[in-house]
Design a protein around this ligand. Structure first.
Ligand SMILES: [Fe+2]
Ligand SMILES: [Fe+2]
Length: 444
């Protein structure tokens, strides 16, 4: 049933459509390079349906775009071996770059997945995240449709297109730094714009207010005495041989350099920090397929349960502790609802081993668009010594978190303290879907 959230709860992004891209053409975008190029060609003609890609005006654009972008070598996998940096960065406030210590003693990290759409909603998500003063911002990957240079310009770098009258969108950098992870859509155009262009505006700031120094590789670790956040690149091997990849889907395995980095540089095994893993692809899912290969590759180097955030599926879902094939045990959180039309109609896989304990499928109808999707949002991680708070927000300005988890770490072991709903005063039909065993989400 089509529905719009109560106006009191839902001021539209930036008041009215602002000239940024619409969500509608992105709806139901499948995870296929070939069809992504098709939908891009259709959207380039101003049409919203996939079938429009077969219009003569679009057909050549589709075929040419696919062939020119997908035929050729993937961008070189960048590593830290030839660079001055080793991929370890301080999980710290501005004092680490010569600024003042945070007044509340906190370190805030904003996480957003599947954000690179250039829509009003994506922009509103970024605005809302920045209202919370993050020291770091991290994109979990996916720039649409195919992450080529034009789309990187329009959706992430704030550079308007020459021929279209579209307001571009700009990724926001935290006060200490920012990183972007690799998704399958960046790789649909071989990763060139992601590695060569997006990296330039990311990384650590050398001093307060200065431009970042550039991101060096697609995997990294932020760490302090209490926590390690380890980011993996599952996007690089999410594409295979053109056309063949449509049938035999790649398993998103990690590059050996990424594995070596976890084993020898981040080296979490036997340490006392709480572990947080970030990846673009889901480790497991109650809705779609699992991607267990990266966890299998790392299972000998990670010796305790982790909190694992991923995107790729365009929804917000919180799971309990799970693992596939007895490899890494993870409290899974899907936050792929950063910028794409949020899928609120997909059915839970019958008999799934990974039931969603929290599922946000509140309906939202973008102004001027005849679709009903879910609300875009993000997660904010707030670290204070051995304490961690995870808040889940949508883009609604001025509204508090929808859900809050509190954790602490003792000798490397995560301990869930509490999980609290912030949505209970929302109108009926506009609340999170929460199972009766919510505390399982934090291991209680
Ligand atoms: Fe995505
Ligand atoms: Fe994806």
């Amino acid at each position: 049933m089509a529905a719009t959230r109560q106006p009191a709860q839902t001021p539209q992004p930036a008041g009215q459509p602002t000239g940024r891209k619409d969500l509608g053409p992105l709806e139901n975008l499948p995870r296929s390079p070939f069809v992504s190029f098709m939908q891009k060609a259709s959207a380039d003609t101003g049409h919203r349906t996939k079938i429009a890609a077969f219009l003569p005006v679009a057909l050549w654009g589709w075929i040419k775009g696919y062939l020119s972008s997908r035929i050729g070598k993937k961008h070189q996998f960048l590593t830290y071996s030839t660079r001055k940096e080793n991929g370890l960065y301080p999980l710290a406030d501005e004092s680490v770059i010569g600024g003042p210590a945070d007044a509340k003693g906190e370190i805030r990290v904003g996480l957003v997945g599947d954000w690179g759409t250039g829509t009003d909603e994506a922009n509103a998500v970024a605005d809302r995240m920045m209202q919370l003063d993050p020291h770091f911002t991290i994109h979990l990957g996916d720039v649409y449709y195919v992450g080529n240079q034009d789309e990187m310009n329009e959706n992430c770098l704030g550079i308007p297109p020459e021929k279209k009258n579209v307001l571009p969108c700009t990724w926001r950098v935290g006060s200490v730094g920012s990183f972007a992870m690799n998704g399958n859509h960046e790789m649909y155009a071989l990763g060139d714009a992601y590695f060569d262009s997006f990296f330039k505006v990311l990384g650590m700031r050398p001093s307060v207010g200065a431009d970042p120094l550039g991101q060096k590789a697609s995997y990294f670790c932020l760490q302090n005495d209490f926590w390690q956040i380890i980011a993996l690149d599952t996007g690089y091997n999410s594409v295979g041989i053109p056309i063949i990849e449509e049938i035999f889907q790649p398993n998103c395995h990690l590059q050996q350099d990424n594995i070596d980095f976890v084993q020898n540089v981040a080296s979490p095994k036997g340490k006392s920090q709480g572990l947080i893993i970030l990846s673009h692809h889901q480790y497991f899912s109650g809705f779609q397929k699992n991607f267990p290969k990266p966890a299998q590759q790392l299972q000998n180097f990670i010796d305790r349960p982790v909190l694992w955030f991923w995107g790729h599926e365009h929804r917000m879902t919180v799971y309990g502790l799970g693992s596939v094939n007895n490899s890494i045990k993870a409290f899974g959180r899907c936050i792929g609802h950063g910028g794409m039309p949020v899928d609120i109609n997909e059915q839970v896989t019958p008999g799934t081993s990974f039931p969603a304990l929290v599922y946000d499928h509140r309906p939202y109808s973008p102004p001027g668009e005849n679709i009903t999707v879910g609300l875009n949002g993000f997660a904010m991680l707030t670290f204070k010594a051995n304490q961690l708070q995870v808040d889940y927000y949508d883009w609604t300005a001025g509204q508090g978190p929808l859900l809050t988890e509190n954790w602490k770490v003792e000798n490397g072991q995560l301990e869930g303290i509490s999980i609290t709903r912030g949505d209970t005063n929302f109108p009926a039909g506009h609340q999170l879907t929460v199972g009766p065993d919510l505390n399982r989400a934090i291991g209680k």
